[in-house]
Design a protein around this ligand. Structure first.
Ligand SMILES: C[S@@+](CC[C@H](N)C(=O)[O-])C[C@H]1O[C@@H](n2cnc3c(N)ncnc32)[C@H](O)[C@@H]1O
Length: 601
């Protein structure tokens, strides 16, 4: 018998679930996860396959007695399966009327019967989830269908928002002839190409008349008439295989040595880059700046839409340049606002208030010390952090001042945290014992007059802004920034939520990034499709496969190039990450890349 441990890690159900998500697993693999272990003589995969085979489409009605008939299955496993089934059924019953499941062209047509006898041409899209249940029906266009008038963004934009898994398109021919016209075929190809780039399944394109229908899916698949058969979701993509052209961007290797200055903050001051932050681009600023200088002549609006610390935005922050900086975490937005968004501020007043905060005596416990004292911080520092944060709310006269004071606290906290730079864990030995000290931020307020700072999801913001240069530096892998910086986020927002586990994390479900999930490709394609700009620069690194899959890149190079090329020609700039401080080299042997796209479409 093959034992589960003999199956390569990546093929085991739990590992595959974590790596590829539930939709990639067969029914028997899902059941294997539920069962957890096999029985004597059968590993869990074989056992699950046997159960699925035996009950097939009667599975949902299995009883405990049915399962007990299988040799080796006892009461515990039978109850496990039947309880899971009953639980799911209960929830579905409570949801009310049954979903509209679309499994064939006939199902799709019955949901759009109103367009069959229309005198004008309609294009309607059905958005389906992974179970092929209808999420939404939307009219995409009214009038003659023409490739040049249909933009895939109109179809796939809502698909991303709805987190749809696939789409079925329906189009009526008032003439009564349902054969696809030349225009129909051009439109189908355009939609298929865009769907493929965005990772969105285009399941069918159906032409209807009052009495007839033509399904491109049914006419192109020899035997299959159902969209889902043998557990496989079919689509129209096979049609495209022969028509795809390969696109090879130019790759420019850069072998230049860049120097980055050590911090030059004046005494008692701190600068934007004086902070530990995963994936910050401080040491790559020279590289990025060279590309901007070479490619983006005479720009006046620079947008850093995943700004993090804001070092890239700051590099381009000059009097005659408007900088737009955005990050969806408050713990980044607040320092961005302080350093790049504050044009009117009384720095003497700030200095006075920072002295006052540094002088605060905090001997009693508070929310912060109770949760983070003696672990992430010494108890004295933790009490002081909590007390200062409370006092900032009382002390601030306006939003700018408040942002500056909170930024000062966040940077001071980072200096005394007993961590390796992020808050997934604290070091066992509490040896970071220096006292907390707030400093005054060092920035040029006169450069900030026209700047705009946002705390929004990048995909929402992109629809509202215009810029010349769009710099995109999203997370690359499944590691969420809201997990790594939960503590700073907690302190910045100061809503004092309940925290859980050893790492004392608060609920972060509202600040999960799509770019760390399976939806990364869709989110990126949507961002690029909606960008109103002249130049796009994207930092993205494929750091290779890791054992636990956490650091594997979410978007492949091929997907990046295909998505960018939908807006214009693409160049790739590549350099070894050998950054130099004054005299010191800092080599870790990996390659940094920037994808550049000159937007023409
Ligand atoms: C790789 S880091 C950017 C680093 C930055 N360039 C720097 O030099 O500090 C990615 C940033 O994107 C932010 N982020 C992730 N998903 C986002 C989203 N959907 N919208 C806006 N910001 C997001 C994270 O909070 C994180 O700060």
């Amino acid at each position: 018998m093959t034992k589960l441990k003999d199956i390569p890690q990546i093929d085991r159900p739990r590992e595959r679930f974590l790596e590829k998500g539930p939709d990639a697993l067969s029914k028997s693999e899902l059941l294997a996860i539920l069962l957890g272990s096999g029985i004597k003589g059968k590993n869990v995969k074989q056992l699950s396959e046997q159960i699925i085979r035996k009950f097939s489409n009667k599975f949902l009605d299995i009883t405990v007695d049915d399962l007990l008939e299988i040799p080796g299955i006892g009461k515990a496993k039978s109850l496990q399966i039947v309880s899971a089934l009953v639980l799911v059924k209960r929830f579905y019953e409570e949801l009310g009327p049954k979903d509209n499941i679309v499994l064939s062209a006939q199902d799709a047509v019955s949901l759009t019967s109103e367009i069959r006898d229309k005198k004008k041409e309609y294009l309607v899209c059905l958005y389906l989830n992974a179970r092929n249940a209808l999420l939404k029906k939307e009219i995409i266009s009214i009038g003659t269908l023409d490739k040049s008038l249909i933009h895939p963004r109109e179809i796939f934009g809502p698909a991303v928002e709805l987190r749809a898994a696939g789409v079925v398109l329906l189009h009526n021919h008032p003439s009564g002839d349902v054969e696809p016209s030349k225009q129909d075929i051009e439109v189908i190809n355009k939609i298929l190409e865009a769907g493929k780039i965005m990772g969105m399944n285009v399941i069918d394109f159906i032409i209807v008349s009052e009495k007839d229908l033509h399904s491109v899916f049914q006419s192109s698949q020899k035997e299959i008439t159902y969209y889902v058969s043998d557990g496989v979701q079919h689509s129209l993509f096979d049609l495209l295989e022969t028509e795809q052209q390969t696109y090879t961007p130019t790759i420019k290797k850069i072998h230049k040595v860049y120097f980055y200055p050590e911090s030059r903050a004046r005494a008692g001051r701190f600068q934007l880059q004086n902070r530990r932050y995963l994936g910050n681009k401080y040491k790559l600023l020279g590289f990025i700046e060279d590309i901007v200088n070479e490619k983006c002549n005479g720009f006046s609006v620079f947008c850093d839409i995943f700004a993090g610390t804001g070092v890239v935005a700051e590099r381009f922050n000059e009097k005659n340049i408007k900088v737009i900086a955005n990050d969806f975490l408050s713990s980044n937005f607040i320092p961005l606002k302080a350093f790049l968004g504050t044009s009117e501020i009384d720095l003497e007043e700030i200095e006075h208030k920072i002295n006052l905060l540094n002088g605060l005596k905090a001997t009693d416990n508070n929310y912060f010390s109770e949760n983070f004292g003696d672990t992430y911080f010494t108890i004295e520092n933790a009490r002081k952090i909590g007390a200062i944060r409370e006092k900032i709310n009382e002390l601030s006269n306006n939003e700018n001042e408040k942002a500056v004071l909170i930024a000062s606290l966040l940077y001071a906290v980072d200096k005394v945290a007993n961590t390796v730079g992020h808050y997934d864990a604290f070091r066992k030995k509490l040896d970071t014992v220096q006292p907390l000290r707030l400093l005054v931020p060092d920035f040029e307020a006169e450069n900030n007059i026209n700047n705009e700072i946002y705390k929004e999801d990048a995909n929402q913001l992109i629809r509202k802004i215009n810029c010349d240069v769009l710099y995109i530096d999203p997370p690359y892998n499944s590691r969420q920034y809201s997990d790594a910086y939960h503590l700073l986020e907690n302190l910045a927002t100061w809503k004092k939520p309940i925290v859980h586990g050893v790492a004392k994390k608060m609920d972060r479900s509202h600040i999960k990034s799509d770019y760390c999930l399976q939806s990364a490709v869709k989110a990126f394609a949507d961002l690029i499709a909606n960008a109103n700009c002249k130049h796009i620069l994207l930092s993205y690194n494929n750091t290779g496969e890791s054992k636990d899959g956490r650091s594997n890149a979410r978007i492949s190079d091929e997907q990046i190039v295909n998505i960018l090329k939908s807006r214009g020609d693409v160049d790739i700039f590549e350099r070894d990450y050998k950054a130099f401080t004054t005299g010191k080299s800092d080599t870790d042997g990996h390659t940094e890349r920037v994808f550049y796209c000159k937007v023409t479409k």
